[in-house]
Design a protein around this ligand. Structure first.
Ligand code: 5AD
Ligand code: SF4
Length: 434
């Protein structure tokens, strides 16, 4: 009987891909198969996130629980960003942890898995040209990393210290990986990186610089690939060339993540984001002008140190002007190894942060309640991706609306037109039209 692997993944989409790689490597080299039942597992891995403090606090209580529930002799591994930042302290605090593998060291999983007490967390490790085993994929979409690490120095962010310097994965490796996935039935790819549109500045070996726009053009030449998504682009690097390619290329999904973080130029400066409120608005409006059905999602941090009521009003102003389709809201969380810790005396009272968060959430809720009914009666084209137990299927439009409709498994992987009859704040429902 094969050994069983249970992986819990927290954090961002890059962590999802890392978990997929971990699983594929352990299947190929160590004979594991995946299980969803912790109690059955011979190996339990928790792939962690350290971007905010909460998940880190939760880590130790969670692995304590895993340790109680696991079957005799099962191993526990801690991977990801918290593994990078706490390293061997994890084993000191929780001696039943068998190994610790940092976010930038995933290619070493097959080496550490059998060595009790191993810790591999170097942020200089370069696995940008490592060919990970191919994960079994029974979905119509896949995600592919295009770079590792991050060269930015946003003052609130722990990621540069957990994932190290940015290195791009060679374009031909990315194209080959997507081609293989397409040969196996995938029609949509998500390109991942901490900062995708700075792609091509540095590779692990000396080679000519490349651009994200060029990479998008290469990938869109793959026959059979229907949709390209990517996350996260940085607003600073959204130059005209990129925006024009985004608008003109029919394979690129017309939903873009534009992490605002703050609408106040003063706070953006303190965050070292490199752009102003006006630049952000200018880029968003340019895109809206070129792409009428564009949807824009964003990340916003409220209560960054020094944020006054006036600064927060600037954030609300950008939200009102850009009309984001989805907002991921966060209250500032001080993180180790970040510059913003120096602004300690300007930190905002927690109750003020909570009130600002609440106000932002309410504002956006009202916006969606007003705007979503505009979709009633519209006909949209979706790629059907999953079957629900209630006789419905669901899929996404090109601009990433989630749509439900009646249907069966015959529709999976097909594009169908749906006339919208019901809306919620986050999804649409309708009937298939011929
Ligand atoms: N505090 C709060 N939110 C943060 N993010 C990153 N670091 C912090 C922090 N210290 C948010 C940013 C980022 C998203 C992934 O998490 O908005 O875009
Ligand atoms: Fe992802 Fe950042 Fe969390 Fe690491 S710290 S898992 S890079 S969101």
């Amino acid at each position: 009987m094969s050994k069983k692997l249970f992986i819990q993944t927290l954090g961002c989409q890059m962590n999802d891909t890392d978990s997929k790689h971990i699983q594929a490597e352990l299947e190929k080299h160590k004979g594991y198969t995946a299980t969803n039942t912790l109690e059955d597992a011979d190996l339990i891995i928790i792939n962690t996130c350290s971007v905010r403090e909460k998940p880190v606090q939760k880590l130790f209580s969670e692995i304590g629980q895993f340790n109680k529930k696991k079957k005799d002799g099962a191993k526990i591994g801690v991977c990801g960003c918290t593994a990078s930042h706490l390293g061997k302290d994890i084993i000191k605090r929780a001696p039943y942890v068998d190994f610790v593998l940092g976010a930038r060291n995933i290619s070493k999983i097959k080496d550490v898995v059998d060595i009790k007490g191993s810790v591999e967390i170097s942020i200089e490790n370069d696995d940008s040209t490592y060919e990970f085993a191919i994960a079994k994929n029974n979905s119509f979409r896949t995600s592919v990393n295009i770079s590792v690490g991050c060269d930015k120095e946003c003052t609130y962010c722990i990621v540069p210290s957990t994932r190290g310097d940015e290195i791009s994965i060679p374009p031909e490796m990315i194209v080959a990986q997507i081609q293989k996935a397409v040969d196996n039935g995938v029609v949509e790819v998500a390109l991942l990186g901490q900062n995708v549109n700075s792609y091509g500045k540095r590779f692990s070996s000396n080679r000519e610089k490349y651009s994200f726009t060029k990479l998008l053009q290469d990938i869109s030449k793959i026959d059979g690939l229907k949709r390209i998504r990517f996350t996260s682009p940085h607003p600073l690097h959204m130059d005209d060339e990129f925006i024009e390619e985004f608008a003109r290329n029919p394979k690129i999904s017309k939903c873009i993540h534009m992490p605002l973080q703050s609408g106040s130029t003063k706070i953006l400066k303190a965050m070292k984001r490199g752009y102003t409120k006006e630049w952000f608005l200018n880029r968003a409006f340019k895109m809206r002008e070129l792409i009428p059905n564009l949807r824009i999602t964003t990340d916003i941090i409220v209560a960054f140190p020094g944020e006054t009521d006036e600064d927060f009003l600037d954030t609300l102003d950008v939200v009102n002007q850009v009309k984001f389709d989805q907002i991921f809201n966060f209250k500032y969380s001080p993180r180790p190894n970040t510059k913003a810790l120096e602004l300690k005396e300007q930190e905002i009272e927690d109750s003020v942060g909570s009130a600002r968060l609440e106000e932002l959430i309410e504002l956006h809720k009202r916006y969606l309640e007003n705007s979503m009914p505009n979709m009633l009666g519209e006909t949209v084209n979706i790629l059907v991706e999953s079957l629900k137990p209630n006789g419905e299927v669901s899929g996404y439009t090109d601009n990433y609306f989630l749509v439900f409709t009646k249907g069966s498994d015959e529709l999976l992987g097909k594009f169908v037109d749906v006339k919208i009859t019901e809306v919620t704040r986050t999804s649409l429902k309708g009937e298939i039209v011929a």
